[in-house]
Design a protein around this ligand. Structure first.
Ligand code: TYD
Length: 137
């Protein structure tokens, strides 16, 4: 798993004058079965979320409302993605450090996750992540 796999996925969008509709099927529109969904909301201005990497977990992040930035770091470089459409999903593989910032007022960040919550899957220490990710190459 590496940063090259991280990408913006264009999700299906059924445009309709009554309101648009987007749907996501696990293993079809995104490259894993969805085990968990969580979302960040009521994020105060200037807040930063994330600040960790995962050993196994894969995720897709979607701006359900408003916008924010996701910064991905594979231990060699950093990439900033601006998410502002509810039909764009940012796929994040395992072993990628992520930060989320620049939340617009009222934004909602939804995360589709490939595993249940498991604290032992987290790297919360950046130097520990760097050591492990760089020794894998
Ligand atoms: P964390 O993943 O650090 O938040 P973020 O990366 O979005 O800034 O999680 C924050 C807290 O919520 C932490 O105490 C763990 C808990 N948590 C759960 O209990 N279940 C979950 O599915 C998630 C994502 C977090």
């Amino acid at each position: 798993m590496s940063i090259e796999q991280c990408r913006i996925i264009h999700l299906p969008k059924i445009a309709d004058p009554r309101g648009n509709l987007t749907f996501i099927e696990g293993n079809k529109h995104i490259p894993f079965e969805i085990k968990r969904v969580y979302y960040l909301y009521d994020v105060p201005g200037g807040a930063q979320r994330g600040g960790h990497a995962h050993k196994e977990l894969q995720q897709v992040i979607i701006a359900m409302s408003g916008s924010f930035d996701v910064i991905l770091d594979d231990g060699y470089g950093k990439w900033r993605f601006h998410l502002n459409r509810s039909y764009y999903g940012l796929y994040i593989s395992s072993m990628v450090w992520r930060e989320i910032d620049n939340f617009s007022s009222g934004s909602v960040c939804m995360v589709l996750a490939s595993t249940f919550y498991e604290e032992t899957d987290y790297y919360r220490d950046y130097n520990e992540f760097l050591t492990d990710v760089q020794s894998q190459k």
